[in-house]
Design a protein around this ligand. Structure first.
Ligand code: BDR
Ligand code: CA
Length: 304
C-alpha cells in the first residue's frame, strides 16, 4: 500500500523540487498539500503550490493555512527564493480552487477520514502543524510520523544560531517536537550537505519539461552557490527519507527550541547524552551525498 502523506509547505524553490518528487513517486500518495507563510507570504506560497500541482496535472487538494507565526512577527526568506518565491519559470496562471477551510481544519479532516495512518511532512515553518496538534489532539493517534525539515546543530542560516523554518515560528516548533509523536527531523547539519552541483544542474536541464522547469527555478535559487559547493536541497531530504531511509543515519535524542533572546529559533540537541530519558526526536545526522544526488536525478528522469 502507498504511504499516505500530507505535505505542509512554503514554496520556495527547494519546496517546489520536493513537491515535484513527492507528487510523482509511486510509493507515496499525497493526500493533501497545505501552505504556510514562510519563504514568502501566504498568497505567494499558495499560488506557487497551485502552479506545481497544475504543472503535473494533479488532482491533489490544496488548502491555505497560516499567514503569520503563533507569536513572533513574520519575516520572509525572499533573499534566497526571490520576491515571489518561485521566480524564473513562466508558469501559466492557475484557476485551481482551494479547499474551503483553513489548512488546519482540512488537515484534520483528511487525517480523521483516512483509512490508515498518515505521515505529515513539514517543509516550512511549523505554524499549521502546531495549531493542528493543539486544536485537534484527536488526530494524534492517526499520525504515523511527522517528518520535519528544520533546525540546525551546526549554526544557522538566518543568523549564527537559527535555521529559517524554526526561526520563523519557534513556539510552533517547540509544540510539535514535544507532541509525543514520532518526530523525524532534518536540520542543516544534513540538509546543507544535500547538494546538487553545477554538473547535476546542467544534467537536469536536459531532463524533459520537468528538468527544464526545475533548472529555471534553480538558476534563481540562492540556497548555496552553484559555482563552488552546489545548491542545498533542504526540503527534498524529507521526501527522500520516506522512500530511501537508507540514505541517512539518525540519532534518537532530546531536542529543545530556544524561544527568546538572540538565539531564538536555535535548536539545542543533547549530544552530551544528559537527558536520555527525554528523547523526543529522531535527528538526521548523516547523508550519503552520492546516493542522494543519484536518487534525485533518477526521480526527475522518470518524469515528463
Ligand atoms: C528551509 O528554509 C527555506 O528557505 C527552505 O525552503 C527550507 O525549507 C531551509 O532553512
Ligand atoms: Ca521550505
Amino acid at each position: 500500500m502507498k504511504r499516505k502523506v500530507i505535505i505542509d509547505t512554503d514554496p520556495g524553490i527547494d519546496d517546489a523540487a520536493a513537491l515535484t518528487i513527492a507528487l510523482n513517486n509511486p510509493e507515496l500518495k499525497v493526500e493533501l498539500v497545505s501552505t504556510v507563510a514562510g519563504n514568502v507570504n501566504l498568497d505567494y506560497t499558495t499560488e506557487n503550490a497551485k502552479k506545481i500541482l497544475d504543472f503535473f496535472e494533479k488532482e491533489v487538494p490544496l488548502a491555505a493555512g497560516s499567514s503569520i507565526p503563533l507569536l513572533r512577527e513574520y519575516e520572509d526568506a525572499s533573499e534566497f527564493h526571490g520576491e515571489t518565491g518561485m521566480g524564473g519559470y513562466d508558469f501559466p496562471e492557475s484557476s485551481r480552487q482551494l479547499l474551503p477551510e483553513h489548512a488546519v481544519v482540512e488537515i484534520k479532516n483528511k487525517i480523521l477520514a483516512a483509512d490508515a495512518k498518515v505521515t505529515l511532512v513539514t517543509i516550512g515553518p511549523l505554524t499549521n502543524a502546531a495549531l493542528l496538534l493543539n486544536m485537534y489532539p484527536e488526530v494524534k493517534e492517526k499520525i504515523e510520523e511527522i517528518v520535519i525539515m528544520g533546525g540546525s546543530t551546526v549554526g544557522g542560516n538566518t543568523n549564527s544560531a537559527a535555521e529559517f523554518n524554526i526561526k520563523v515560528d519557534p513556539h510552533a516548533a517547540q509544540i510539535v517536537v514535544n507532541s509525543g509523536l514520532q518526530i523525524t527531523i532534518f536540520g542543516l547539519r544534513v540538509t546543507s550537505k544535500a547538494l546538487l552541483n553545477k554538473r547535476d544542474i546542467e544534467l537536469i536541464k536536459g531532463l524533459g519539461q520537468t528538468g527544464d522547469m526545475l533548472y529555471s527555478l534553480f538558476t534563481h535559487y540562492r540556497g548555496g552557490d552553484l559555482e563552488k559547493h552546489g545548491l542545498m536541497m533542504h526540503d527534498i531530504c524529507t521526501i527522500c527519507y520516506l522512500v530511501r531511509p537508507d540514505i541517512f543515519k539518525f540519532k534518537e535524542t532530546h531536542l529543545e527550541v530556544a524561544l527568546a533572546g538572540p538565539a531564538a529559533g536555535a535548536t539545542v540537541v543533547d549530544f552530551a547524552a544528559r537527558y536520555t530519558d527525554r528523547k523526543n526526536v529522531k535527528l538526521a545526522v548523516k547523508i550519503d551525498q552520492k546516493k542522494f544526488r543519484d536518487w534525485i536525478l533518477a526521480e526527475i528522469k522518470k518524469l515528463k
